[in-house]
Design a protein around this ligand. Structure first.
Ligand code: PGA
Length: 248
């Protein structure tokens, strides 16, 4: 069985003052009925992990390098994320694919680096608006899954996040039928490739998830949680999404 996970991606947002949001989130949800993860900017990871250490809220990174160490100015190794108190690393977010030209092969190598550090990789996939309008959604997502997930993926070391690029930060959300069709296809492909482990991997939906639409999205089969950008920045909003996942 896949675990339920509410994951927040702060992207390039947040300073020390933002830690107050985490403290109120931890106070409001001391024993959440689902896994809760926040991926702040790297500058805050260690302090956020410290602020949540007495709670069940986990901390994670938004990206990592494929190598364990070396001459890679500005990059961060998965071991460093582990050392800072992280448990997960997001890899292959569409903003990394677009802004940094990351390929499926890069993302697969990053996921392996995450595993070598003993952490869980949150591997992101999703189609652009042009690809959806061309009827290519399933083919695009299938290709990204095939290329971005290394051999050896399990429910422990891997979470999949389906994030239609056109739904990220736009307030636009696919219909529940559209979400269900993609998640069912992802589940079938994970099972075909990884057998029983394919049932254990959580499949998150991401893209304009809010407290107001979370209940209906979490009601869709094979949606095991959400990867949340904008609405993860405020404790009240993210708390509403956690509460919806607890109810699901
Ligand atoms: P959003 O971002 O919730 O702001 O749409 C989701 C994401 O990019 O992970």
């Amino acid at each position: 069985m896949a675990r339920k996970l509410a994951a927040g991606n702060w992207k390039m947002n947040g300073t020390a003052a933002s830690l107050a949001e985490i403290e109120s989130l931890a106070q409001a949800h001391p024993n959440p009925g689902c896994d809760v993860l926040i991926c702040p900017p790297a500058t805050l990871l260690s302090r956020l992990a410290g602020a949540t250490s007495g709670s069940s809220i986990k901390a994670g990174g938004q990206d990592c390098h494929t190598a364990a160490s070396g001459a890679h100015t500005g990059d961060i190794a998965a071991d460093m994320i582990a050392d800072a108190g992280g448990s997960h690393v997001i890899v292959g977010h569409s903003e990394r694919r677009a802004d940094h030209g990351e390929t499926d092969a890069d993302i697969s190598a990053k996921a392996e680096a995450v595993w070598r550090a003993g952490l869980t990789a949150v591997i992101c996939v999703g189609e652009t608006l042009a690809e959806r309008e061309a009827g290519e959604t399933i083919a695009i997502v299938a290709g990204q899954l095939a290329g971005s997930i290394p051999e050896g993926a399990t429910g422990e070391n891997t979470v999949i996040a389906y994030e239609p690029v056109w739904a990220i930060g736009t307030g636009k959300v696919p219909t529940l039928e559209e979400i269900g069709a993609v998640h069912a296809d992802i589940r079938a492909r994970l099972k075909a490739r990884f057998a029983a482990a394919g049932d254990d991997m959580s499949i998150l939906y991401g893209g304009s998830v809010k407290p107001t639409n979370a209940d209906e999205i979490f009601g869709v089969a094979d949606v095991d949680g959400a990867l949340v950008g904008g609405a993860s920045l405020k404790a009240e909003d993210f708390g509403g999404i956690i509460a919806a996942l607890e109810r699901a």
